[in-house]
Design a protein around this ligand. Structure first.
Ligand code: AHG
Ligand code: MN
Ligand code: MN
Length: 329
């Protein structure tokens, strides 16, 4: 069995010019993920459930675990020397790890440290989503906003961690496709369990919060009606699966196929999800594993030029054929 560390270190054999910086960075993200997994597992007995008492830049109430997860990733990545800076859902501005070592790093990371916060208190699946870019600013100097405000297409790698019935680390690069690792708690390591993940071309489920059915656009409603349609007595309509955590919903789609939708709606012209650390990394993983990810207008998510680190985007993502069906409408 190959561990996450071994897996990334093996890549160094294939590319003699590689410096090992990326494997160091991934080791850091993996370590922080294990720390967060441990916090999530004991949350109810460690008095870390519930609200932290502040509101983030998104106007959402921050949970204690949101804060702890955020602090864990920031601390580990700052100490790891393999990352020049970070963007997090929970921090208004970019976080610059301004010290001589981190300034030499060619990578920056964007992340949603804890996705699906509403699931925390009820012991339902939650996750972490991350995106890795190569810097565009000069090495040796502190990183800048321009390093982060890059199109999704420029992502060097992306991944997510699912804190579910087991903890999984899913990570993808264009070169090595998407690979899934499962945490063995007794050893404290992620082991390669799902090499070369591929999204099924089609599927029979959609993730969408039906609460919003009446406030989305006509075309989205028409697509949902199509998913719900069945010939009498056939039950050939789609299942409606919605865990309320994009990580959990997408994880299911990576294995079983399907479509995840967070459209625009009245009063929320760009939906809710954040382009830089929710939509782009998931779009990257979906595309390199055979799926598609678009905005409501039909444009590819990863073609979008971001203007703001916290900007939002509508998203339709998942099995290729289902996205094509939506595009037809
Ligand atoms: P976060 O907990 O990081 O704020 O994100 C949760 C996201 C996503 O994972 C989920 O699918 C969606 O918010 C749920 O949105 P509603 O608040 O509209 O239910
Ligand atoms: Mn989120
Ligand atoms: Mn979050």
């Amino acid at each position: 069995m190959t561990t996450l560390d071994e897996f990334t270190i093996q890549q160094l054999r294939l590319y003699p010019q590689a410096t090992g910086e990326l494997s160091g960075l991934l080791r850091g993200i993996g370590l922080a993920a294990k720390m967060v997994s441990s916090l999530v597992n004991k949350a109810a007995i460690a008095d870390i459930l519930g609200e932290a008492g502040n509101i983030n830049i998104q106007g959402e109430s921050v949970q204690k675990l949101d804060q702890l997860a955020n602090q864990t990733f920031i601390n580990v990545l700052r100490n790891s020397i393999y990352c020049a800076g970070m963007v997090s859902e929970e921090n208004d501005d970019i976080i610059v790890f301004d010290d001589p070592k981190n300034n030499q790093s060619k990578y920056v990371v964007l992340m949603d440290p804890l996705d699906g916060s509403a699931n925390i208190d009820v012991n339902m699946p939650i996750g972490t989503i991350f995106s890795i870019y190569r810097r565009v600013s000069e090495l040796g100097k502190p990183c800048t906003k321009e390093d982060f405000l890059q199109k999704g297409d420029n992502q060097f790698g992306a991944g997510y961690v699912l804190y579910g019935s087991s903890t999984m680390f899913i990570y993808g690069t264009k070169r090595h496709s998407v690979n899934g690792f499962t945490l063995d708690n007794s050893v404290g390591e992620f082991y390669l369990s799902n090499p070369h993940m591929q999204i099924p071309e089609s599927g029979k489920s959609y993730s969408f919060d039906r609460k919003y059915y009446y406030s989305v656009s006509d075309k989205v409603r028409r697509y949902i009606d199509k998913c719900d349609y069945s010939e009498e007595g056939k039950e050939d309509n789609f299942s409606n699966k919605n865990y309320g955590s994009m990580v959990a919903d997408m994880h299911r789609i990576f294995f079983k196929g399907g479509i995840f939708m967070y459209p625009s709606r009245i009063g929320k012209p760009k939906g809710k999800l954040r382009l830089m650390y929710e939509c782009n990394p998931m779009a990257f993983l979906a595309e390199i594993s055979g799926g598609q990810a678009i905005e409501e207008s039909g444009r590819r998510i990863m073609d979008e030029q971001p203007e703001n680190i916290h900007e939002r985007s509508s998203i339709f993502i998942g099995s290729k054929n289902l996205i094509n069906d939506f595009l037809e409408i």
